[in-house]
Design a protein around this ligand. Structure first.
Ligand SMILES: [Zn+2]
Length: 289
C-alpha cells in the first residue's frame, strides 16, 4: 500500500502523466458533525480532489483540506444529501460548473439561486447528467452509473462515477462509489467491462466496517459488502477489475465509530485500505510499477 500513498506530497506539482492523483478532502459520512474536530477520530464529509483539477462532492467541511492556492472550478455531485452537496460552499469557492443527475436539476437551480441571494457571488452553470451516458471534462471521460441509494427526492437517482484518464503509459479508470448499498448489476456489467476494465476503486464503508454480515443497510455498504464484491465476481486480475499489483480498494464515507484508524487497519481484510482525511493516492496505469 505504501507505494500508492504519497502523504504530504504537493499534488499540484505532480507530473500530470504519472497517474490519477486523488486527495481525500474528507472520508466520513453524514454523522460526524456531532464529533468535535479536535477528536482524533474526526472525519470530514466525503469529498475528493482529482489531479488538483476538479472535485467529486464538496461541502463546507472540506474547505480547509484544499491545497494552498487550489480553487477547482468544477464539482461533480453524487447526490443531493447535505454531506455531499453544499451550494454555499461551492459558491464561496468560485465554482463555475457543476454536474449532477437530471432528476434534481430544477431543485439544484433553486438551491444555488438561494445561496447566491444569501451570500453573494455567482451561481455556476449546472449540467444535467444521465445514467450510463458518458461526458468529457478537460480530457477525462466520466461515466455516471447508478448508486443504490435513496435520497428522498422522488425524481433523483444517486450516481457513482467511473473516471477515465489517459496517461503516457496507459489508462487509469477509477470507480468512485459513495453512497451505494453494494453495486447494482448495471455497474457490474456496464462499468466493469472486459474491454475497458476498472483499474482503481474507492468505495464507501458507511456501515460498521468490522460488521461480519454484508449489506444490512439498504442504502449503504460496509467493509464486508466491499470485501465480498472484490473477492468474488470482481476479484482483481480477472479481467473486469485490473488494479496495479498490491493496490487496495480504498474505503471512504466511514460511519461514526469510536475506534481509531489503527484498530481499523489491524482488522481490515487484505485488499482493503481505509482512507483518511488528507490521504493522497496516485493510481497508476495498468502495467506501470
Ligand atoms: Zn453520504
Amino acid at each position: 500500500m505504501a507505494s500508492f500513498a504519497a502523504a504530504g506530497r504537493d499534488i499540484l506539482a505532480a507530473p500530470p502523466d504519472e497517474g490519477l492523483h486523488v486527495r481525500f478532502l474528507g472520508s466520513g459520512s453524514a454523522c460526524w458533525e456531532r464529533e468535535p474536530r479536535t477528536s482524533k477520530i474526526f472525519r470530514r464529509y466525503s469529498s475528493v480532489l482529482i489531479d488538483g483539477s476538479f472535485l467529486i462532492d464538496y461541502t463546507w467541511m472540506a474547505a480547509d483540506m484544499l491545497p494552498d492556492g487550489c480553487r477547482p472550478k468544477t464539482i461533480i455531485y453524487t447526490h443531493s444529501h447535505g454531506d455531499h452537496y453544499d451550494p454555499k460552499a461551492a459558491v464561496r469557492l468560485g465554482v463555475r460548473d457543476v454536474y449532477l443527475q437530471r432528476g434534481w436539476l430544477e431543485d439544484a437551480r433553486r438551491d444555488f439561486a438561494k445561496a447566491v441571494s444569501e451570500i453573494g457571488g455567482e451561481a455556476p452553470t449546472i449540467h444535467p447528467l444521465d445514467v450510463c451516458v458518458p461526458f468529457s471534462l478537460d480530457g477525462y471521460e466520466i461515466l455516471p452509473l447508478p448508486g443504490n441509494h435513496w435520497t428522498g427526492r422522488p425524481h433523483e437517482q444517486a450516481l457513482i462515477y467511473k473516471v477515465s484518464k489517459h496517461c503516457a503509459d496507459g489508462v487509469v479508470r477509477l470507480l468512485y462509489a459513495t453512497d451505494t448499498s453494494g453495486l447494482m448489476s448495471t455497474v457490474f456489467f456496464h462499468g466493469f467491462t472486459k474491454k475497458e476494465p476498472i483499474t482503481a476503486v474507492i468505495m464507501e464503508a458507511t456501515g460498521n466496517p468490522l460488521q461480519k454480515f454484508g449489506a444490512l443497510n439498504i442504502s449503504h455498504s460496509t467493509a464486508s459488502t466491499v470485501n465480498e464484491i472484490f473477492t468474488s465476481y470482481l476479484k482483481p486480475g480477472k479481467g473486469r477489475y485490473m488494479p496495479s499489483p498490491g493496490q487496495p480498494v480504498y474505503l471512504t464515507h466511514i460511519g461514526y465509530y469510536e475506534w481509531g484508524q489503527k484498530t481499523f487497519d489491524d482488522e481490515m481484510p487484505s485488499g482493503l485500505a481505509l482512507a483518511h482525511d488528507g490521504l493522497e493516492v496516485i493510481f497508476k496505469p495498468i502495467g506501470k510499477a
